[in-house]
Design a protein around this ligand. Sequence first.
Ligand code: NDP
Ligand SMILES: N[C@@H](CC=O)C(=O)O
Ligand code: NA
Length: 432
Amino acid sequence: MDKAIQIALLGFGTVGTGVVKVLESNADDIMKKVGAAIVLKKILVQSANKARKVATGAKIVTDIESIVNDQDIQIVVEVMGGEKPAKDYILQALRAGKHVVTANKDVVAKHGKELFEAAEASHVDFLFEASVGGGIPIIRPLKQCLAANRISEIMGIVNGTTNYMLTKMTKEHMDFATVLAEAQAKGYAEADPTADVGGFDAARKIAILASIAFGARVTLDDVYVEGITNIAIQDIEYARELGYVVKLLAIGKQDDQGINVRVHPALLPNSHPLAAVNDVFNAIFVKGDAVGETMFYGRGAGELPTASAVTADIIDVARDIRHGVSSRILCTCFEKKAICPVGTTESPYYIRLLVEDKPGVLAAIAGAFGAQQVSLHSVIQKRKVNGRTEIVLITYRVTDESIRLAMSTLAGMSVVNKVGNIIRVEAEEIIS
Ligand SMILES: NC(=O)C1=CN([C@@H]2O[C@H](COP(=O)(O)OP(=O)(O)OC[C@H]3O[C@@H](n4cnc5c(N)ncnc54)[C@H](OP(=O)(O)O)[C@@H]3O)[C@@H](O)[C@H]2O)C=CC1
Ligand SMILES: N[C@@H](CC=O)C(=O)O
Ligand code: NA
């Protein structure tokens, strides 16, 4: 056996605790796989006196210098989250010649280029498998196993919190606030859960995935983002009656015009494989020109699933250290590609409206849509609300721009009392 490889953790919360547990419980196997023991020497935290969920022989510290200046520590594992000071700590570690593993999509999505360059300059590894899809292998498969392909599409459910929430709202009719509190208690949500429910966590993840899949840098600003805060129980129920489920999707597509990247809720037909992905599970579809369709499925958040990905990255780096290689696969954004505006994207739409209950209303609404070349596939009268009528419309495939123009006309019509919701339908054909 070689000399032990010493590492440090930055963060001892949900993921940090999981990493300590996995390193401890699987220590013998890991040692055999690596050919050297992995020893956790130090853990950086904010509150040194806080009670911890698991015992460790590692020294608890509160200053980053005691880690980056420690010559024995070869791998720094950042699991504290947030942009600041995480990014600076990662940079300090890379510049000090330490390999870095992180679960932090905020930092990778926003500062990936700078971090890859720092890793390259120091000839060290920079791995981030846990940053997307929690325990699901997806970064490494994209960079390595699918490297032979030209990828045209990557689409998935990449936020465990919102998928857990939508599943509970669908199956148990639980309200938004209660189910969000449950997801937080289970350790799925971000420190600030608005990143989850607002779609920004998924946006960071699809920016990372699209950058790797399409070989061109896609930043958070390039991603169109809508979260699930407007999804009402009625939308879920009406979707179910029509043969759909509501999911928060992250979608990246490339064609001759460029790259189109978006996060939004969507009605998915029950027959779609992603429709069966429930609770905290995530799944990611990838379409490559050689491999065809592939799908990656597993737990997208939580202590041990996330620790599985982080610890596997640690093992990978440790193997590289033993074999004297490093920084083999860093930045894979080799090209610059155009980002297509969201207005040009097309899909059918689900629209819920509250309208006056009188003759001629439906004809007036159909006229407003028709003026923007939006054809209606179906109009369904749902229920009476305070003497008004709630209707659900499903359009044929139209551009995002046409639907927005039609909706702004509609919102100004006196017979339209309220626009309840507008949700894309992610399907090639509308279910009749
Ligand atoms: N939770 C999950 O399921 C998943 C999380 N991730 C990512 O993993 C990372 C960690 O998430 P999670 O474990 O849930 O987060 P937690 O909030 O549970 O833990 C954060 C930890 O970092 C420490 N910390 C925070 N700020 C500082 C600071 N300025 N200086 C020193 N220590 C600090 C905290 O210290 P103290 O304990 O003293 O407060 C705490 O131990 C995030 O980037 C997250 O996005 C990725 C996939 C899944
Ligand atoms: N908050 C995130 C955690 C993993 O990235 C999620 O819910 O998916
Ligand atoms: Na992953």
